[in-house]
Design a protein around this ligand. Structure first.
Ligand code: DX5
Ligand code: ZN
Length: 223
């Protein structure tokens, strides 16, 4: 199976946002990855509802919204209304995660859980069957363009085993420092969705980079 590719709009050129949205629309990408940061859960602030609504109007593909905010329950309906198709909250930011995920699903969205690099996948054991997607952070969240943390691949392998063992259906998404070099090993480890910010938007030809990433396959990566 080919991985789904979710270019991260955080790395787009906000002075030419329509152009970059159209690039994703006209590429082999599958989703728009939308990073929302509150300056509290992570040491950065990104953008909010007006920008997301604009992207939604122009986007021809689903919006995969990654909330890096504390107490996400406060805004779940607003994100649905802004156009989120998949809404992911952080394990570390949610006190009543089960309730939050059920709320997201009840509003018609897919529900995702994200874990920071220091959070073990074993924390997800009880919640796995209530989630449509697990987002494994392979950098400390907050910024685009950081280097991939190597131990993340082993976490994806463990998570894949857990999903099989529990007969769960959650997709595995990996986010942070993903590029054409490490994409094959991530897919081999079990990643279903690759988020890519800088490696797509800072490349000479973003659509071509997306096509190449889409071809990252299950076979052992060449070294
Ligand atoms: C980081 C965000 C990522 C970021 C990825 O906190 O969650 O989605 O945009 O950017 P790259 O691919 O450049 O690491
Ligand atoms: Zn993200």
């Amino acid at each position: 199976m080919k991985p789904l590719i979710a270019p991260s709009i955080l790395s787009a050129d906000f002075g030419h946002l329509n152009r970059d949205i159209d690039t994703v629309n006209n590429s082999e990408a599958d989703w728009f990855h939308i990073d929302v940061m509150d300056g509290v859960f992570v040491p950065n602030i990104s953008f909010g509802f007006p920008v997301i609504k604009h992207i939604k109007k122009r986007a021809a593909k689903p919006l995969d919204v990654h909330l890096m905010i504390i107490d996400p329950d406060r805004y779940i309906e607003e994100f649905r209304d802004a156009g989120a198709d998949i809404l992911t909250v952080h394990y570390e930011a949610s006190v009543h995660l089960h309730r939050t995920l059920e709320h997201i699903r009840a509003l018609g969205m897919k529900a995702g859980v994200s874990i920071n690099p220091h959070t073990p996948v074993s924390c997800l054991e009880e919640i796995l069957k209530y989630t449509d997607l697990v987002l494994v952070m392979s950098v400390n969240p907050g910024f685009g363009g950081q280097s991939f943390i190597e131990g993340s691949t082993a976490k994806i392998e463990k998570l894949k085993d857990m999903i099989i063992e529990k007969q769960a259906n959650a997709l595995i998404e990996v986010d942070g420092g993903v590029n054409l070099h490490n994409a094959p090993e991530l897919v081999y480890a079990g990643a279903d969705v690759l988020v890519a910010g800088n490696s797509v938007f800072k490349s000479d030809d973003p659509a071509a980079t997306i096509s190449k990433m889409k071809k990252s396959n299950h076979s052992l990566p060449s070294t």
